[in-house]
Design a protein around this ligand. Structure first.
Ligand code: FAD
Length: 379
């Protein structure tokens, strides 16, 4: 599908593939197993301009488009899905709302260090009782003199342990429900802001997932992000972009699974011939390749629409739904093609299968993606 890319986009893809293969891949298995945040890799990614790809140079970004971002996250996730989501959550969920809805002062203050990867960002919407029904959140922000005082608990927050800047959603007018939610920027080290329980997960082990706890946490009045009571809209718009990041992560996993399956099928011999000679194996590979390319095209289309500045909520949901289910499908087939060896830690396909599953859950489950798509069709 190279013919759809500009020369600049092709160069980004080649550069990121080389970086991911040479620098990220050698550490991927160990970092995942030991739940180690790849700090050095993130520093290098920052130096290469990968922590703020789609944001203007005046804010420390690389000034590229969202298709370049999609290609970069895919290539990184092809070698390490944990690193892919660290960068995706940081960029799509923290930088993006500050860039899109922040005041000029907030942009000048937060974006340069985030875009250069000197600081890591996170986004906190989910709470113990508010997952798919994110509008049911309970965290409150009360204005007291010149400060907002936050109280509540967020859970399942990606990059929680490393993030120095967090975009938080809290109720400012509880009676108004989703129309009473506002967005805030909270800095690490603010008194009353702490990290709670860290989750130990099936996959993406190198990306931390933890609670954020707010106990009478006072932040400056100026840290309101966007308009008061417009936070739910900010969160939904942010998640549209985030879903492209997760779709790209899923594409990387699917592609890695397909490549490993092809390689193994040509090498492994049974009945005195490579297993690639068997039609059963060929059909699995054909299905994997077809699903991957369909998912890639949907993700490309949604990224293109984002670059053009038109509404792409339905297309982002379709891309995320298709790419995440394709990642699980391809990882599952790749394991089948590897037989018993695929079930061991000697091969990467077991990691792909574990990493793939989460793409069907976070930033909106597949059921919620279907609800968004159906809602757009039926309106
Ligand atoms: C590793 C990880 C990282 C995450 N990172 C972040 C982050 O950085 N920031 C953040 O804010 N959140 C984050 N999340 C939260 C994530 O977005 C939620 O887990 C997800 O939206 C689902 O919410 P839930 O887990 O509460 O499941 P629930 O909402 O309880 O859903 C349970 C099941 O019910 C189904 N369901 C729910 N409602 C409906 C419906 N209306 N129709 C049909 N089916 C429905 C769901 O699809 C699912 O199958 C993360 C989660 C994980 C596991």
């Amino acid at each position: 599908m190279n013919y759809l890319l500009s020369e600049e986009q092709k160069m980004v893809e080649i550069m990121v593939e080389k970086f991911a293969r040479e620098e990220i891949a050698p550490q991927a298995r160990a970092n995942q197993a030991q739940e180690i945040f790849p700090a050095e890799i993130i520093k290098k990614a920052g130096a290469l301009g990968l922590m703020g790809i789609a944001y203007p140079a005046e804010y420390g970004g690389s000034g590229m488009d969202y298709i370049s971002y999609m290609l970069a996250i895919e290539q990184i996730s092809r070698y390490c899905a944990s690193t892919g989501v660290i960068i995706s959550a940081h960029s799509s969920l923290c930088i993006d709302p500050i860039y899109r809805f922040g005041s000029e002062e907030q942009k000048q203050k937060y974006l340069p260090s985030l875009c250069k990867g000197e600081k890591i960002g996170c986004f906190a919407l989910t709470e113990p009782a508010a997952g798919s029904d994110a509008g049911g959140l309970k965290t409150v922000a009360v204005l007291a003199n010149d400060h907002w005082v936050l109280n509540g608990v967020k859970n399942f927050i990606s990059n929680a342990c490393e993030a120095e800047v967090a975009v938080i959603m809290a109720l400012t007018e509880p009676a108004q429900k989703t129309r009473g939610i506002s967005a805030f920027i909270v800095e690490k080290g603010t008194p009353g802001f702490s990290i709670g329980k860290k989750e130990h997960k099936l996959g993406i082990g190198a990306c931390s997932t933890a609670e954020l706890i707010f106990e009478d946490c006072a932040i400056p009045k100026a840290n309101l992000l966007g308009e008061i009571n417009k936070g739910f809209k900010i969160a939904m718009i942010t998640l549209d972009g985030g879903r492209l990041g997760i779709a790209s992560q899923a594409l990387g996993i699917a592609r890695a699974a397909l490549e490993d399956a092809c390689k193994y099928a040509k090498e492994r011999e049974q009945f005195n011939q490579p297993i690639a000679n068997f039609q059963a194996i060929q059909w699995m590979i054909a299905d994997m390749c077809t699903e991957y390319e369909a998912a890639w095209l949907l993700t490309y289309r949604a990224s293109l629409l984002k670059d053009k500045g038109v509404n792409y909520s339905k297309e982002a949901a379709m891309a995320k739904l298709k790419a995440s289910e394709t990642a699980s499908f391809c990882a599952n087939k790749a394991m089948q093609i590897h037989g018993g060896y695929g079930y061991t830690k000697e091969f990467d396909v077991e990691r792909y299968l574990r990493d793939a599953k989460i793409t069907e859950i976070y930033e909106g489950t597949s059921e919620i993606m279907r609800a968004i798509i159906a809602g757009a069709c039926l309106k």
